[in-house]
Design a protein around this ligand. Sequence first.
Ligand code: HEM
Length: 179
Amino acid sequence: MSETALSILIWLHVIGVAVWLGGQIITAAAVIPTLRAAGDREFWLSALEGFTRRFGRIGIAAMVIIVVTGGAMIDPRLDQAENFGASIYDARWGIIFVTKMGLWAAMIAVIGLHQFVFGPRQLELARQAAAAGAAGDSAELVRVRRLTIMLSVVGLLLTLLVAGAGAFLGNHNFSMNAV
Ligand code: HEM
């Protein structure tokens, strides 16, 4: 693969990463606090539902770009790593790459649980509480909210670790060396 094609793949990979990581930070630090401060619970729940649906689609599109471009870069980089031995683990690049893929799988599992299981459950419970005009939150809502917050913090930390592994991979003065 030509260096121009590789540079274009890195460009697209990093744009996908910017959307994926930036979206998580903006959501937690700006969107959710702003909606919660809007006061009326019915209003902010509807707004949050609409936001998470659209944000989910953008996140999936960004992850498809990340996986396709990242996948296309594996072969040429493996060719370079083979200079250090027949096994992928003979070069630092291989060890960092395998670690990155493990962290990536954990990140997808954690963010998937948040996005598709506990996030929707929290919204549903909050809606029921709002419809019933309940003064306080049910014990289940409090438990599910704690879980979704924990999942989003762990998901963000894993995302940062995957990005860090990518940075070490991309620095070939460091990664393209024998272990
Ligand atoms: C299945 C998913 C992924 C695959 C197969 C993949 C694969 C790769 C590959 C092959 C490289 C090139 C390394 C090199 O130049 O030697 C790379 C770079 C990188 N990746 Fe990924 N990646 C994936 C997901 C991610 C995710 C989720 C993030 C961030 C959260 C990320 C962040 C980065 C960064 C920051 C770079 C460095 C780009 C540079 O050279 O400047 N990657 N990735």
